[in-house]
Design a protein around this ligand. Sequence first.
Ligand code: C2G
Length: 459
Amino acid sequence: MKSSEDGDKMKRVITYGTFDLFHDGHYRILERAKALGDYLIVGVTTEHFDRQRGKLNQVDPIMTRIENVRKTGFADEIIVEDHDGQKIEDIQKYGIDTFVLGNDWEGKFDYLKQYCNVVYLERTPNISSTFLREDRIRMLRLGIVGTGRIARRFFAETNYVSGVEAIAAYNPEKESLDEFTELFSLMGFSENFEDFLESVDLVYIASPNETHADYVRRAILAGKHVLCEKPMTFTYDEAVELYALARKHEVVLMEGIRAAYLPGFQQLLTVASNGTIGDICNVEACFTRIGDPVTREMSDAKYGGAFMEYGSYTLLPIFKILGLDYEEFTIDSILGENGIDRFTKVNFRYKNALATSMTGAGVKSEGQLVIAGTKGYIIAQSPWWLIKGFDVRYEDAERVDHYEAGFVGRDGFRYEIAEFLTKINKTGGRDYKLTSQESIAMAKVVERFMEIRRSQQGF
Ligand code: C2G
């Protein structure tokens, strides 16, 4: 182990964080970091740096966050972290022996091992209310239902949204649950769903499609805010019922159609509506994937398949751009060998426009979103559901206006989570990114799709 520059044997430890809405998870990591040496330096992030690294929704200003770290009495020195690459500089500058972060960052900072020890301490699994403030905005405790692939990606992104802490997970399948909770230091519940609900303020539901609605209902009845993966329900009536139930219990219910919350998608909607391409005549959205044949979406003839898996994405731009007052819609699918729909087209007729949703599972096409107008068209290339930019093109093929509206992170979950918190904390004004009416309208198409597929499958 290195000693510090002036030759003293004092062991120097450094740790970093936002320390927003200070809670006992923060307190405990500082306490344990301090115990690893003689001198603890704490780096507190600036708002600008957090924005740059894509951390959303901070509440406390930096002075408050620094003051909260100071009050613990563990920090011998507090510094400000304001740029990428600073950790390497600080470690060398301060002669650091040990770098500490919580194990929600496990592996991410291993590159610092060439400079000092890197220690990931177990994050505090169940933050208590000891440090939670009484203010309107407080740290909210999140529970995750389902512990599969999507839940893992979702969990990683919760770290980038301030004001929420994932603390618990639920899955009746114990093996998958244990693996997940061990990996992320969460409390695990595999038996009583109500006990799980009791321990959290809000839930994210990422279980198999057919279990969504029941979990949503039970969570609402327990007074919890709910973010549910799409499709939330299979019927129009059930969607109406669940949103009404959420209103009655004064909780937020949100369907997790990630594309709706991405900054680039908001910009695309603006350009589509501000006259740039004139009157809109057609919207065409396509999403296909040749997935692994053993996955649920590729093999479950009842609840999987192309439309169930990707239809929420392709319906989204249609409903956002042309609205919900279509005159009629028709659905056509071809089935694969195992009974799933391999390719499904939904055609909408509006008074002055047409639209098509195309989804494929086990088939590949150009996954693009094209919006045709009387003055030009918008084209967002695959993967437009993770939109980072789009073009506006005109009759004159030479003329192309390019719009960049990227997002930070790999899969954009943090924007959806941030929106969920904004709604809960009522800091975001009117609900417009994905309204309950739009979500209900999607359920209506899903319902019709399921009827047709059942008759095609012969049951
Ligand atoms: N932490 C913890 N237990 C919790 C929550 C957080 O041990 N229940 C730890 C985190 O792992 C981190 C520290 O508390 O080590 C500060 O967490 P945040 O304020 O969320 O800051 P973070 O975004 O983790 O900062 O340069 C910034 C750092 O890279 C990460």
